[in-house]
Write a protein that binds this ligand. Structure first.
Ligand code: CAA
Length: 395
């Protein structure tokens, strides 16, 4: 039986951020509402030159070696902030990263959930082709609009997962339960740049589907909370996931299990607290944060994960940590996040909501902003133009 799972995890976000306390003051809210009520300290804010392609390419370039690029034969990009109704964003990523040509490149969608379906597709693909590797990308810019109820839960970022046999980080178990429920909690029709959201209803649905999916998972696999070292959640904002964790505790849950899961929960939200919601990648940013920050986790510890996509589809699945997993992670990610440029609320409003000003032929040039190693330089004849950013040109 092959062991298949996450071999490497990369992450990229924008180079700019907005402090929640600045947003609170500008919107006449008590800063404690965002800090304690949502458990958020800052949001990543992307300029027009950073999109799901540049973020995904940056996240992947963080982890891929030349050998990986020769071995990857499938790239799946999961997103709900797609840049094209036809062409998959993974085709651009494939080109920007110089991955070998005999690759299946696709895009997947189901709100914040689809990276989880992509992960399972990758696992099944490796089962059939044990020597190949699959690049799963979860890339999104979460934009609700100025002065909307969702404004404090925006963000931007991408997670890259390299899936292979004999993985170095997390071995996936062949145990999962998915759940579908047709609801209108959050949706974005094709003619809209920002979503419609029924915020309070969405939080209730998140919590209810968590309970239902977990009950089914327990029933099918005879699972108990005590089996796991940590529970990772989709993190639209960390406070909702904390409520979710607390709802799973029962009279039978021991103090020790509660403490273990709660301690590790706080390690899993360290990055999201300063990045915000990154939709499809948010569960996996939580996993990365847990693995890079928890001092108690060790090889063979089991981790269980809850994926939620509005609309709604959920899934609970699990894996266990591989010996030496810490050697394949980073130690200084918080310092990188702290190095982002802080924006005033006025700068954020101008930057995050800037739209291309296209001429009649479909051309637009963009001002230069700080980005990662890839940037969207402009649009020519309605075609997006991506460039590799020379380190020396970074401003
Ligand atoms: N000090 C401390 N806490 C305070 C406070 C203060 N001065 N004032 C308020 N709070 C607390 C509130 O009590 C509340 O906490 P509890 O829920 O524990 O009671 C919290 O701050 C939030 O305040 P409100 O309940 O007044 O809510 P809000 O008007 O700020 O809206 C929201 C919250 C509805 C979630 C809104 O942010 C939203 O619409 N977000 C987008 C939708 C979303 O993220 N939904 C999540 C599920 S859907 C999903 O998961 C998919 C996805 O990624 C989008």
């Amino acid at each position: 039986m092959l062991t298949i799972g996450i071999d490497k995890i990369g992450f990229a976000t924008s180079q700019y951020m907005l402090e929640m306390k600045e947003l609170a003051i500008a919107r006449n809210e008590d800063p404690a509402k965002f800090k304690e009520g949502l458990l958020l300290d800052a949001l990543s804010i992307s300029p027009i030159t950073e999109d799901i392609v540049t973020l995904a390419s940056s996240a992947a370039s963080d982890i891929l070696t030349e050998d990986d690029k020769q071995t990857i034969d499938m790239i799946i990009l999961a997103t709900e902030s797609s840049i094209d109704q036809s062409k998959a964003a993974s085709v651009y990523v494939h080109s920007l990263l110089n991955i070998q040509p005999f690759v299946r490149s696709i895009e997947m969608k189901e709100a914040c959930y689809s990276a989880t379906a992509a992960l399972d597709y990758a696992r099944l693909h490796i089962e059939n082709h044990p020597d190949s590797k699959v690049l799963v990308l979860a890339s999104d810019i979460a934009k609700y609009g100025i002065n909307t109820s969702g404004e404090p839960t925006q963000g931007a970022g991408s997670i890259a997962l390299l899936i292979s046999k004999d993985p170095h980080i997390l071995a996936l178990h062949n145990k999962s339960v998915a759940h579908t429920r047709d609801i209108m909690d959050f949706w974005r029709p094709n003619y809209r740049n920002t979503p419609y959201v029924d915020g309070m209803y969405s939080t209730k649905q998140y919590l209810d589907t968590l309970k239902i999916t977990w009950q089914e998972y327990q029933k099918r696999f005879d699972a108990e909370l005590s089996d796991y070292a940590a529970f990772c959640f989709h993190l639209p904002f960390p406070k909702l996931a904390l409520k979710g964790l607390n709802k799973l505790f029962t009279k039978e849950t021991s103090k020790e299990v509660k403490e273990r899961l709660t301690d590790n929960f706080y390690h899993s939200i360290t990055y999201s607290k300063v990045v915000g919601n990154i939709y499809t990648g948010s569960l996996y940013l939580g996993l990365l944060s847990l693995l890079e920050n928890s001092p108690t986790l060790k090889a063979d510890d089991k981790i269980i994960l809850f994926s939620y996509g509005s609309g709604a589809v959920t899934e609970i699945f699990s894996g266990h940590l591989v010996e030496g997993y810490k050697n394949h992670l980073q130690a200084n990610r918080m310092a990188q996040l702290q190095a982002r440029t802080a924006l005033s609320v006025k700068e954020y409003e101008e930057m995050f909501f800037e739209e291309p000003k296209m001429d009649e032929e479909g051309n637009a040039n963009f001002k230069s902003y700080k980005t990662g190693p890839f940037a969207l330089s402009g649009i020519q004849n309605h075609q997006r133009q991506y460039i590799k950013v020379d380190e020396n040109d970074k401003n």
